[in-house]
Design a protein around this ligand. Structure first.
Ligand SMILES: [Zn+2]
Length: 224
């Protein structure tokens, strides 16, 4: 049974071209700081309505059949207004993206991030929340959630950063959105020894950011 499972898993990974980089080197070839600059420069183009839509060519697609070398992990919300390749004006093979409603951080998300760090040597992880997040809003309203949606709301409710907040008033959602981003950043660092090692060696940065819906600007919150 175990052998079958390993075979299926290996086959699935190969089918998704999620193989270990043969060289084992920093495949993205850029520093964490350069990766941040590249993302924020792309976001600036998006904000100005001047996207260049990089890495979407026929040759890029062909090149990527040999393997992927993304330079950043972006953890963000499933919300249709915050698609990272559009918001950061990036193309195929540039970003390793993890999306859930409310950019929740659980074992599956953390496993996906560790894959990108360990096997693709990605130098940057950015957790991007956004204004007006419906998942955080649902938690705040205390709406009855049923089915699997309840899992998301319960996950938000269990975050220590969310529990610690004592705010009221008009901007309350913004505070909770930011607390959720901070939770994501902390969870990534605290729960993953391999990620902490990379941070200590200077080859990885984990940071949070929040996107404004009105102008599309992604504002960094913090970094390690
Ligand atoms: Zn959202």
């Amino acid at each position: 049974m175990k052998k079958i499972l390993v075979f299926v898993l290996t086959g699935w990974l190969a089918g998704c071209t999620l193989q270990r980089d043969p060289a084992g080197e920093t495949t993205a070839g850029i520093t964490p700081a350069a990766a941040v600059d590249r993302l924020l420069e792309g976001n600036n183009r998006y904000m100005r309505y001047e996207p260049i839509h990089p890495d979407e060519s026929r040759s890029r697609r062909k090149e990527l059949t040999k393997g992927q070398h993304p330079y950043a992990v972006v953890v963000t919300c499933s919300d249709s207004r915050v698609s990272p390749e559009l918001v950061f004006d990036q193309g195929l093979g540039d970003l390793f993206v993890i999306r859930t409603a409310g950019n929740i951080m659980g074992d599956i998300e953390l496993g996906s991030i560790e894959y990108a760090v360990q096997h693709l040597n990605v130098p940057l992880i950015m957790v991007v929340g956004h204004e007006g997040c419906g998942a955080i809003g649902a938690y705040l309203k205390g709406e009855h959630a049923s089915g699997h949606l309840k899992t998301i709301v319960d996950s938000i409710a269990a975050e220590s950063e969310i529990k610690a907040l004592q705010v009221k008033g008009d901007q309350i959602l913004d505070h909770f959105v930011k607390a959720n981003i901070q939770h994501g950043v902390r969870e990534i660092i605290q729960s993953s020894p391999v990620i902490r090692e990379r941070i200590a060696s200077g080859s990885l940065t984990v940071m949070g950011a929040c996107e404004r819906l009105e102008n599309g600007k992604v504002v960094p919150l913090n970094s390690n």
